[in-house]
Design a binder for this molecule. Structure first.
Ligand code: PLP
Length: 367
């Protein structure tokens, strides 16, 4: 038997008919940029998240940059200010801070949940700190109860990186409505993914920020041929918006299927050499990634590969060891380094069958 890590086609196939009709609708409309589909998707995703505003943009990295640039335009953040971010995230969370001319300050995660550890945040706050950028890594929310409290005490903004957590909740509140603003990615592999392209959005309850970001994504234009800011071209495509409207309707259902697969794994994998993922207090995990850990990770990955099970490592090299951030290469973040050395992602998708899940469990237990 062969179980791929992720079969994009199988994930999307149930929606081919509806998505084709949506694409056709865009072609027929004759309005090809920032039209009715983007407006409708923004309205529908805002309702889903429980946020007042949703502003579509080109991708998840841009969404985070737009949040930070928005706060800069409003005079809340200035070039050189510091933003706290987890040391074990995907590089985009950190790049967004650098790209906005701000200083990323890395803080270690909790080894049990892999989420930013609130107990370590206060020690990293300085007179220049303006924001915390928690990442809801692998599909569950960071400890937003504690993070929001620290942010309130120190008057910091909280910008969620919700790229991996569409539909996840923390004490009943959706990812994207837990902080002051949130960036979302609809890269095809995410829980809510575009098809054949990139997409992203910002959600926020802040009217002023929403207004600025709406202008910034479109050259800084507040009304036609009038430019209030030096903005970007970072718009959400009509076609992607139309297709994601279809998939948004099925997001709860596809997340529920991921949760079933995860429940199978959690129940079935019994191998003392494998550490299973834990869910933080108050969290509904949507398992973007099913992250296990083993001190013999590479051997396990090879064993699974030989037996037809595809896996991935999220992520093999921590951000502070990347050539792109050579100024950090000699710094030590032992918890992140441990996670990066031991993490392995098992196959996870709403398209997985019970037989495939059983097979993965069997192979993990046989190892
Ligand atoms: C995917 C991802 C991003 C970037 O999203 P893109 O749409 O690929 O630009 C940012 N942060 C995290 C945690 C991600 O997983």
């Amino acid at each position: 038997m062969k179980v791929p890590f992720l079969d994009y086609r199988a994930v999307n196939e149930p929606f081919f008919e509806e998505e084709s009709a949506a694409v056709r609708r865009v072609m027929e409309s004759g309005w090809y940029i920032l039209g009715r589909e983007v407006e409708a998707f923004e309205a529908e995703y805002a309702v889903f998240v429980g946020a007042k505003h949703c502003i579509g943009c080109a991708n998840g990295l841009d969404a985070l940059i737009l949040c930070l640039e928005g706060y800069k335009a409003l005079g809340i953040v200035a070039r050189g200010d510091e933003v706290i971010v987890p040391s074990n995230t995907y590089i985009a969370s950190i790049l967004a801070i650098s790209r906005a001319g701000l200083m990323p300050i890395l803080v270690e995660p909790d080894l049990n949940t892999y989420e930013l550890n609130p107990a370590r945040i206060e020690a990293a706050i300085t007179a220049k700190t303006r924001a915390i950028l928690p990442v809801h890594l692998y599909g569950q929310c960071a400890d937003m109860t504690k993070i929001n409290k620290i942010a309130r005490d120190h008057r910091l903004k909280v910008i969620e990186d919700g790229a991996q957590s569409h539909g996840a909740t923390h004490f009943g509140v959706h990812s994207g409505a837990l902080g002051d603003a949130a960036g979302h990615s609809f890269y095809p592999g995410k829980n809510l993914g575009a098809v054949g392209g990139d997409a992203g959005c910002v959600t926020t309850n802040d009217d002023d920020l929403a207004k600025v970001i709406r202008a910034l994504r479109n050259y800084g234009s507040d009304y036609k041929y009038h430019f209030e800011y030096q903005g970007y071209n970072s718009r959400l495509d009509e076609i992607q918006a139309a297709m994601m409207r279809v998939k948004l309707q099925h997001l709860d259902e596809t997340n529920a299927r991921r949760q079933q697969v995860a429940a199978h794994y959690l129940d079935g994998i019994k191998n003392p050499k494998i550490i299973l993922p834990q869910t933080g207090e108050g969290n509904q995990h949507v398992y973007h990634i099913f992250a296990i850990r083993s001190s013999q990770r590479d051997a396990l990955q090879n064993f699974l590969k030989e037996n037809g099970v595809g896996t991935m490592i999220h992520y093999p090299i921590p951000p502070h060891k990347q050539p792109a951030y050579c100024e950090w290469n000699n710094l030590s973040y032992p918890i992140s380094e441990k996670i990066h050395a031991e993490e392995l992602s098992l196959p996870m998708s709403p398209a997985m069958t019970d037989e495939e899940t059983e097979y993965v469990i069997e192979q993990c237990n046989r190892w």
